[in-house]
Write a protein that binds this ligand. Structure first.
Ligand code: KG4
Ligand code: ZN
Length: 356
């Protein structure tokens, strides 16, 4: 297939990002530029992302970030084949900023528009980086999501498990807050856990042994809160015990999903386990999933940390993949706060399609 050059725009949470990617399916693609402005400092005083602050910061930054992405890539708007932007799911005010900017560029430069599902962008990143073949098993672990998906093709996802309460990154962040660690707490817990005893506190593994591959983390967080209330907690031991519980939960649920994947795709030989999302930067989690993959006959593929967290290169790549299939969107498309990749399987078949 002909290589496409795509401008990608990402504004669904607290990163304002633009990137230019060139490539063709199945990848890998070439990242010509990847500019990410993190709003972390603006949200830090509030201990989490404040939607109104995020929207305003996106408005203030987006134009300069796009100019920089084009300039670093050494291309002009005329050299771009497609404009792609995250259209959801995410904080609606932020998504509106990026999508509206993309629509304006698409109209002004007469280039087709691809409205990208942010989760699909995370899902397809391993094709941008490694050219991973379909089908593959995806574990998406971020601040907003915790899902296990069978990825059959672009736009074809099978949901094996999702969280019934907190996302895994959220569990890290809330537990970190209980331990008086600054936001975002995930990386702080990882560092603190290195000097702690993971066996010191017995924490629950919610849903262990249950049918299906759903996740639950709120009981774990509550258990840490109760420990904190005893007043004699060792933070490093608590961080290590908490992280060990998370690793156990992720491993057990992923093992179940691997069985579900093998049933759905019996012909897949040595398929890939792709891990994406900010939590995939955690070393203990990466190592444990690597061991599991090797044991179960899967190839572990984890994009580098900068492409696991929110970025626009992944959005541009989703633009490449959809564009090559002729899946463009009209200027009238609306941003979506909620936009699941696939519904829960009612014993049904693969093929919940992203685009309607
Ligand atoms: O994918 P991401 O950048 O943003 C979205 O949520 O979409 O993920 C951010 C999340 C935060 O909850 C953060 O605490 C968590 O990823 N995180 C980590 C680590 N690095 C980031 N959690 C555990 N260990 C880490 N090293
Ligand atoms: Zn994300």
């Amino acid at each position: 297939m002909r290589a496409l050059t795509v401008l990608g725009i990402e504004t669904s949470c607290d990163e304002t990002a633009a990137a230019v990617v060139r490539g063709a399916a199945p990848g890998p693609g070439e990242i010509l530029s990847n500019i990410v402005f993190s709003q972390l400092e603006e949200h830090r005083p509030y201990g989490g992302v404040v939607p109104e602050i995020a929207s305003r910061a996106h408005v203030e930054k987006i134009d300069a970030i796009i100019v920089e992405a084009l300039s670093v890539a050494g291309v002009g708007l005329n050299d771009i084949d497609i404009v792609a932007a995250t259209a959801g799911p995410g904080l609606i005010g932020g998504v509106m900023v990026g999508l509206t900017t993309a629509k304006a560029l698409s109209l002004a430069a007469a280039k087709p528009l691809v409205a990208v599902n942010h989760l699909e962008a995370h899902a397809l990143t391993a094709r941008l980086t490694d050219g991973v073949a379909f089908p593959f098993l995806l574990l998406l672990i971020s601040g907003g999501h915790c899902q296990l998906l069978g990825v059959a093709d672009v736009g074809q996802y099978r949901l094996y498990g999702t969280t019934i309460d907190d996302a895994v990154g959220e569990a890290f962040d809330k537990t970190a807050k209980l331990l008086d660690l600054p936001y975002p707490g995930g990386p702080r817990i990882e560092v603190l856990a290195r000097s702690g005893d993971a066996k010191r506190y017995a924490l629950p593994r919610p849903l262990r042994g249950r049918d299906g591959a759903d996740f639950s983390f709120s009981g774990l967080k509550t258990a840490v809160r109760q420990l904190v209330q005893t007043g004699s907690l060792d933070s490093a031991d608590a961080a290590a015990s908490f992280q060990a519980a998370i690793v156990d939960i992720l491993i057990e649920r992923t093992t179940v999903a691997m069985d579900m994947f093998r049933v759905d795709f019996p012909a897949a030989r040595n398929p890939s386990l792709v891990v994406a999302g900010g939590v995939a930067s955690n070393g203990a989690i990466r190592d444990a999933l690597g061991n599991l993959a090797a044991y179960e006959g899967f190839q572990k593929k984890i994009p580098p940390p900068g492409l696991c967290t929110d970025n626009a290169a992944m959005v541009a790549w989703a633009g490449v993949e959809n564009g090559q299939l002729g899946r463009f969107d009209s200027i009238g498309i609306s941003p979506k706060a909620r936009w699941p990749l696939a519904g829960a399987p009612p014993g049904g078949s693969i093929g919940a399609t992203v685009k309607t």
